[in-house]
Design a binder for this molecule. Structure first.
Ligand code: FAD
Ligand code: DHB
Length: 388
């Protein structure tokens, strides 16, 4: 098989890149290790920045998001039982969209099917060859037989545990990492959300987040230890741990019910540098991870894809390599800003130690955030997404 761009991974990064390349008339094949149903079963991000929305529109898959997504003009932060609101609309004139990653992935899959572009699901033993040559090659196993694809470029969109980053010679890559000693236990339930807006909760017992997917479907997270076993978290225990962390009004409004999904995600900050190795370009979680607190992971994946799709379009239309040469530097400049914000918000909102000094510093910083228009504006600017 021969294509122009071989894309590894059918998560949001790979599917969005495929769709944008297709719009530019660039041939691409996506190789995905899992089945399509499995990819759709992963409940993850919920907050979509304006620039990501614009990109989904450009890819021709934004209609359902605009119909069913919830526009949020602000966010609420609850500190030790008292709620504060930060208005994005008033401070920076922007909003975000709450729309599940699952739905967005489905829209991208449907768009790809309508375009007739090939995705090979259940592709096993994917291996990258000759990435520093003009003729890179991918080998894999699918439908019970060995297959290969030759291409001009490879887009490594295969997430943190993917094969692309691991294919790079050790001396060519630098990794920067911080692992936090905690995780997020998340549940999805068919219950109305406690509030019209997301509530990020800082509480002595630990962080919590009240989010949503629709007026009848809620998503909640609780800070948990990494050693936690999901089996020891029946739904009743989750609700009982959540309630005391909320303010009185939210506690009274909270509607509990059976969970329809439950999972634990570890918190990590990670950046690989550079993001390009010869003909291989890393994008999304394959290159970087943020802790979920700032809602940046999916949006960063989209911003990488924006730079990469434009660079490839420029290459095929004008034979210009300028965008490809600058891809890594441009993407990383944005990545580090999102890494900083996600790290800062994680350190601010979680119970990270028993040290009373750490605890008081968090409270002082939060007090500053609520009292200073400059601090609130900086928060709003980062949360809604810095311009590209
Ligand atoms: P992935 O979604 O990980 O996709 C990679 C794909 O590659 C997968 O389908 C995988 O199966 C495939 N793959 C892996 N290895 C191989 C291989 N060897 N061969 C072929 N295919 C392979 N982000 C936000 O912006 N906002 C949020 O509110 C937010 N909340 C989050 C909450 C949680 C609990 C979690 C866990 C994450 C959250 N994120 C959020 C992060 C967001 O989900 C990720 O950043 C996003 O999924 C990255 O997309 P991706 O396409 O780069 O990677
Ligand atoms: C959701 C996830 C996040 O990480 C976040 O910061 C906000 C919302 C969500 O899943 O709804």
């Amino acid at each position: 098989m021969r294509t122009q761009v071989a894309i590894i991974g059918a998560g949001p990064a790979g599917l969005l890149l495929g769709q944008l390349l297709h719009k530019h008339g660039i041939d691409n094949v996506i190789l995905e290790r899992q089945t399509g149903d499995y990819v759709l079963s992963r409940v993850r991000a919920g907050v979509i920045e304006q620039v990501t929305q614009d990109l989904l529109d450009e890819a021709g898959v934004g209609a359902r998001m605009h119909r069913d997504g919830l526009v949020h003009e602000g966010v609420q932060i609850c500190v030790d039982g008292e709620r504060h609101r930060i208005s994005f609309k008033d401070l920076v004139g922007k909003t975000v969209m709450v729309y599940g990653q699952t739905e967005l992935t489905k829209d991208l899959m449907d768009g790809r099917a309508a375009a007739g572009a090939p995705t090979i699901y259940s592709a096993h033993d994917v291996a990258l060859h000759d990435i520093f040559s003009e003729r890179p090659r991918i080998t894999f196993r699918a439908d019970g037989r060995a297959q290969d694809i030759s291409c001009d470029f490879v887009a490594g969109c295969d997430g943190f545990h993917g094969v692309s980053r691991k294919s790079v010679p050790a001396g060519a890559i630098t990794t920067n990492e911080r692992v936090y000693p905690l995780g997020w236990l998340g549940i999805l339930s068919e219950t109305p959300p406690v509030s019209d807006e997301l509530i990020y909760v800082r509480h002595p017992q630990g962080f919590a987040l009240c989010s949503m997917r629709s007026p009848t479907r809620s998503r909640y997270y609780l800070q948990c230890s990494l050693a936690e076993d999901i089996e020891s978290w029946p739904d009743e225990r989750f609700w009982e741990e959540l309630k005391p962390r909320l303010d009185e009004e939210a506690r009274e409004r909270l509607v509990t019910g059976p969970s329809i999904e439950k999972s634990i995600a570890p918190l990590r900050s990670f950046v690989a540098e550079p993001m390009r190795f010869g003909a291989l370009f890393l994008a999304g979680d394959a290159a970087h991870i943020v802790p979920p607190t700032g809602a940046k992971g999916l949006n960063l994946a989209a911003s990488d894809v924006q730079y990469l799709s434009r660079a490839l379009a420029e290459y095929y239309a004008e034979k210009s390599r300028a965008g490809l040469e600058h891809y890594s530097e441009r993407a990383l400049a944005r990545v580090w800003k999102a890494e900083r914000f996600s790290w800062w918000m994680t350190m601010l909102m979680h119970r990270l130690s028993d040290n009373s000094f750490d605890h008081k510093i968090q409270l002082a910083e939060l007090d500053y955030l609520f009292r200073s228009q400059a601090a609130a504006t900086a928060f709003a600017e980062n949360y809604v997404g810095l311009p590209y």
